[in-house]
Design a protein around this ligand. Structure first.
Ligand code: PGA
Length: 322
């Protein structure tokens, strides 16, 4: 029998930093050093270095790499549980202070779909005029990344299209979001009425990147209506698509709210296609059960009650059906 004297058992304390914990948490959520470095706006070597130092501190590997895939080890899973609860507690602490500072000096973190960036700054400008000391951080990104931000509790409120069904959310719609087909004014279909949907199959379409809400709404709509596009070109922003359509690369299908300038300057036209526009809505949402700060509650109320009076967005004319 081996007897270990009580005095020889040494308790080790893990000495880790909050920065290491945040970096670890991002890698563990994405199971990717590259994705984590993008989210944190750090270089990949900086992320790997912090994780390595954390592993040395813990004395155990937290990740293992099999082929190109990253997995959490058992120790990594334990660390993820504790890191999650530490980071959530810290987020709650700042919320309590925000509430104490009230509307006068609170902070508002919002994340919006890239398409919503065409009107959210106007809403923020009016809100900040009313509450000039509120500190705002605005993250503009695509739908996929917004869902990640919601699930990681990284944001107070999100503005985007259709809320996902696999997440417990409180989502309220505040405005229509029609998706329309655009073409250059010189295209032969530019003045045509009631263009059959299937006619679009003959055209090249410039489409948003995978992960975009506009892209998934478009794909769903075309599948439901038996339209199969023969030629597509992927572009990662509405701006690139508008420029491409103007230059004659093909048609695009975008939110009407991205088109104000091009329609006013007559650089693009909306085609009058049968069954279109796709009728979508804009939603403001947060995780169910999330404790919203006074500022976040007030911004949500502001969007729901005042956005239609503040925003002056393009409307569909008589040629394209509402
Ligand atoms: P997107 O989102 O900018 O990712 O296309 C728009 C939406 O959610 O409808």
């Amino acid at each position: 029998m081996v007897i270990i004297a009580a005095s020889s058992i040494k308790r080790t304390h893990v000495n880790l930093t909050l920065r290491q914990l945040k970096i670890f948490d991002a890698v563990a959520r994405h199971l990717s050093f590259t994705q984590a470095s993008k989210e944190l706006h750090l270089t990949q070597p900086a992320v790997s270095m912090q994780v390595k130092q954390l592993e040395e501190e813990v004395g155990l590997p937290l990740f293992e790499q099999v082929g190109k895939k990253v997995f959490l080890t058992d120790a990594g899973e334990e660390m993820q549980r504790y890191a999650g609860s530490v980071l959530t507690t810290l987020a709650e602490v700042s919320l309590v202070f925000d509430e104490m500072r009230g509307l006068e000096r609170g902070r508002l973190r919002i994340a919006v779909a890239s398409t919503a960036n065409y009107f959210v700054p106007q809403l923020l400008a009016s809100f900040c005029q009313r509450y000039p000391n509120v500190q705002v951080s605005l993250d503009v990104t695509n739908r996929k990344r917004l869902l990640e931000a919601l699930s990681a509790n990284e944001t107070d409120l999100v503005i985007m299209g259709k809320p996902p069904t696999n997440m417990d959310l409180v989502a309220e719609s505040f405005m229509d979001n029609p998706l329309v087909v655009i073409a250059p004014p010189s295209h032969p279909l530019a003045g045509a009425r009631d263009i059959p949907l299937k006619r679009l199959q003959e055209e090249t379409f410039l489409v948003r990147e995978k992960g975009s809400g506009t892209r998934s709404a478009m794909e769903r709509f075309f599948v439901e209506h038996g339209v199969s596009l023969s030629s597509t070109m992927e572009m990662s922003s509405s701006e690139a698509i508008k420029q491409g359509v103007e230059a004659g690369l093909g048609f695009g299908l975008l939110s009407l709210h991205t088109l104000e300038m091009e329609l006013t300057l007559k650089r693009l036209v909306i085609l009058d296609v049968h069954e279109l526009p796709i009728l979508r809505k804009w939603y403001i949402m947060h995780r169910a059960g999330k404790r919203l700060s006074a500022v976040a509650q007030s911004f949500k109320h502001f969007v729901l009650t005042e956005s239609s009076a503040i925003l002056n967005l393009p409307r569909l004319g008589s040629r394209a059906k509402a």
